[in-house]
Design a protein around this ligand. Sequence first.
Ligand code: SAH
Length: 287
Amino acid sequence: MTGKSKSFPLSLSSIGDKSSKAVAAKSLALTRIVATPQTATQNAAQNGMRTGSQIAAVNRAAQALQDLERPTPLVSGGVRKAMVARVAKQGVKDAKVLAAMETVPRHLFIESAFASQAYIDASLPIGHHQTISQPYIVARMIEVMRDNSQGGVLNKVLEIGTGCGYQAAVLSLVAKEVYSIERIKPLHELAKANLRPLRIANIRLHYGDGMLGFPQVAPFDGIILAAAGLEVPQALLDQMTVGGRLVAPVGSRHQVLQLIERISRYEWTTTTLEDCHFVPLRPGTAG
Ligand code: SAH
């Protein structure tokens, strides 16, 4: 450990600048995750094949992300616990989701000017007129997606709208493989930079139009849209497994959270859950 990292846990006010962000990131990287699982998953994704040992490697890496907080209480662990308690109070019950929210250091995904607000229950600007979603809605969407007939097991999950990468990090702790698409190139790069120090082996980020889904990797047993369209694109419905669950905000000024389940090859059911507020889903890409 360096002299600097002995000062953990850092106060929220001290995580404002890049250098302390780097220190925090460095402490996360102190885990013993090595390149091997990453390489294995990469190969698996490229070949479209997964072996048992590759999945086990992915799981080990995700576990390591959880483990690394236990021996060394991380930056603002207490504040994050309080955030999770508030999310639970708002009705999220899934213990695995709450644990994942407690593990992921949200402040590392937020630019310095807003870092002190990282653990309040609000969406915050991430640039390019986009926002990091509020913690409650991140947790709620994942809880709904996990409530499947497989007891919450999720093999392959797709997120549309990576933004800063926060929700992808939370998803990595509840799904075996996470694919996340972002249409704004600088945000795709930002997410890569935010996630790199966390060394999460089972996330694949993709720059492109998420409205087209990710046919090379489909089908998915879970899909989450982090941006609201007037309807859910048919391409995404087609890329769900039978039994798969898609959670999406739908609408323009008035938006509702919808759960769409694929019940057979040609049938989907839609359940409207609650009001919500998201940035718009837009077609195409932006450099
Ligand atoms: N998942 C993020 C939320 C990001 S906000 C979080 O963890 O907080 C929603 C994101 O969706 C924005 O970055 C926006 O650029 C992106 N988006 C909108 N339409 C899209 C599309 N068609 N394909 C991919 N990303 C899209």
